[in-house]
Design a binder for this molecule. Structure first.
Ligand SMILES: Cc1cc2nc3c(=O)[nH]c(=O)nc-3n(C[C@H](O)[C@H](O)[C@H](O)COP(=O)(O)OP(=O)(O)OC[C@H]3O[C@@H](n4cnc5c(N)ncnc54)[C@H](O)[C@@H]3O)c2cc1C
Length: 464
């Protein structure tokens, strides 16, 4: 049954009801734990799993304001990449010295993630397809060609495809070239199935998972931290992990670190056999184009097309909320762009459409920190590439809490925060200006104006 506006699920991935968790904490209820985790997306659940891998005796509680994978973890494109640095180019820009180590840890992390799904029977439609970047403007062809050699210097193998070869691979009049990355550094998956699978494993280990339990405050009290909830319950824990991603504005000290950026997605009806034949795409790679404001697209397990990206919307005051999930003008724009890429699919319907907030940092990678005497640890800021990286970040959070001598805690990606965003009204002004400049660059053969060049030199940016 296609959804109507009144019964629309949060996303295509979340169209089935969520499996039961523990009951919400009620007014007056008081719970004690060794570690309390706030947020049941990938970061929170992988952290619960990493902590109990290291110390199975820990009493861990997870509090989730809505339901498991309600946030970005249940709304993303399902591109699960090895990169921990929002792609190789961004890693070269920000962490040149530690990049070989980060690349290696990323590859190991992806392998471990895949292994975990197999070991625990998490059926998440995982496909090892490789990816294909597509040049949809002529100036991108030379950039693609040049990137093959640079990527090779950093151990990433890419294959350049000329226009004919790219169009042969995936049939569209738009492509001028392609960059194929063979399987090994990414997988496609169903993110909600993965996230719900993690919740199942966590609960199987005795970890309490309270949905519909929103944390509203944290306070340091003798020997621990007390979390208060919207319903008037409290959780007292030795350690607290904040894993609330783009929704982290509730903890004021995290606000300078990120901006929530809304990204939007369409999912089509399943393709008929003729429609499927009309687009090629036999290898089912994850696809994206080469613009600053880029589209990402892929096939789902039941042969629908997921088509997302392009608009990246920040709301004044870094507002987040369900009313922002629906943006008809963006959905219309995405549809128009889709039919420009695939005119042969004219008439294809997109019954699923949604938005979600991405936790963007000025350097596009996760950032970590500890406050309240080291008892509150946070990890956020994956900027649109957190499906894989969140598992690695959860390991770092575990190390910060249980294994402070671990060598990787000395990495700059762990120790140094990104350049902070200013408060409003400067924040919105800065984000809007950069967005405008990125759009201008896309329409001007990729040429970046003086403002973007200055920001590049300072290591500051805006992306999704
Ligand atoms: C549209 C979209 C497309 C994306 N595409 C990709 C992609 O293809 N590949 C990729 O790698 N990444 C992608 N991402 C990013 C990726 O989804 C995220 O980086 C990742 O899911 C972050 O996981 P998380 O657990 O940190 O955050 P979330 O999944 O957002 O989890 C945070 C959780 O905290 C809960 N919460 C918030 N406040 C409170 C509170 N006060 N108390 C209790 N609970 C609270 C929320 O309800 C939520 O469930 C995309 C994101 C979006 C939005």
């Amino acid at each position: 049954m296609p959804p109507t506006s009144s019964n629309a699920p949060v996303s295509y991935w979340l169209r089935e009801p969520s499996p039961p968790a523990d009951p919400p904490l009620n007014a007056g209820e008081r719970v004690d734990a060794d570690v309390a985790i706030i947020g049941a997306g990938f970061t929170g659940l992988w952290t619960a799993i990493a902590l109990t891998d290291t110390d199975p005796s820990l009493r861990v509680v997870v509090l989730e304001a809505e339901t498991v994978s309600f946030g970005a973890s249940g709304r993303n494109g399902g591109f699960c990449e090895a990169s921990l640095t929002h792609g190789l180019a961004n890693g070269i820009r920000h962490f040149p010295d530690e990049l070989p180590r980060l690349e290696q840890e990323g590859i190991e992390n992806l392998a471990a993630l895949i292994e975990f799904t197999r070991e625990h029977g998490i059926e998440c439609d995982l496909e090892e397809t490789g990816t294909l970047g597509l040049a949809d403007q002529p100036y991108q062809v030379d950039e693609f060609r040049a990137w093959v050699d640079e990527a090779a210097e950093h151990g990433e193998h890419l294959v350049f495809l000329d226009g004919d070869a790219a169009r042969d691979e995936v049939h569209s009049p738009l492509w001028h070239a392609g960059l194929y990355r063979p399987p090994g550094r990414d997988v496609l998956l169903d993110p909600a199935k993965l996230c719900r699978g993690l919740a199942r494993v966590a609960r199987g280990r005795g970890i309490a998972l309270h949905e519909h339990t929103r944390a509203t405050g944290v306070e340091r009290r003798a020997g621990g931290i007390t979390i208060t909830t919207a319903a008037g319950a409290s959780v007292r824990a030795e350690e607290v992990v904040v894993a609330t991603s783009a929704y982290s504005g509730w903890l004021r000290r995290l606000s300078p670190l990120f901006v929530p950026v809304y990204d939007y997605v369409l999912v089509s009806d399943p393709l008929t056999r003729d429609q499927r034949a009309a687009i090629g795409w036999e290898r089912r790679q994850g696809l994206s184009d080469g613009n600053n404001q880029f589209h990402y697209f892929r096939l789902t397990a039941d042969d629908r097309i997921l088509w997302g990206g392009y608009d990246a919307i920040h709301h004044f005051g870094s507002r987040v909320g369900p009313e922002l999930d629906d943006r008809p003008q963006t959905f219309e724009r995405l549809e128009a762009h889709f039919f420009r890429a695939f005119p042969q699919l004219d008439g294809l319907a997109f019954p699923y459409r949604w938005g979600g907030a991405i936790d963007t940092t000025s350097r596009f990678t996760v950032t970590f920190g500890q406050t309240m005497g080291g008892r509150l640890t946070y990890a956020l800021g994956y900027t649109g590439l957190g499906v894989g990286a969140s598992r690695w970040a959860a390991g770092v959070v575990r190390d910060l809490i249980l294994r402070p001598d671990e060598d990787r805690l000395r990495l700059r990606i762990v120790t140094s925060p990104p350049v902070p965003f200013p408060p409003e009204p400067l924040r919105s002004l800065a984000v809007e200006t950069v967005r405008h400049e990125l759009d201008r660059a896309d329409r001007n053969e990729g040429r970046r104006g003086i403002l973007l060049k200055t920001f590049d030199a300072l290591g500051i940016g805006f992306d999704s």
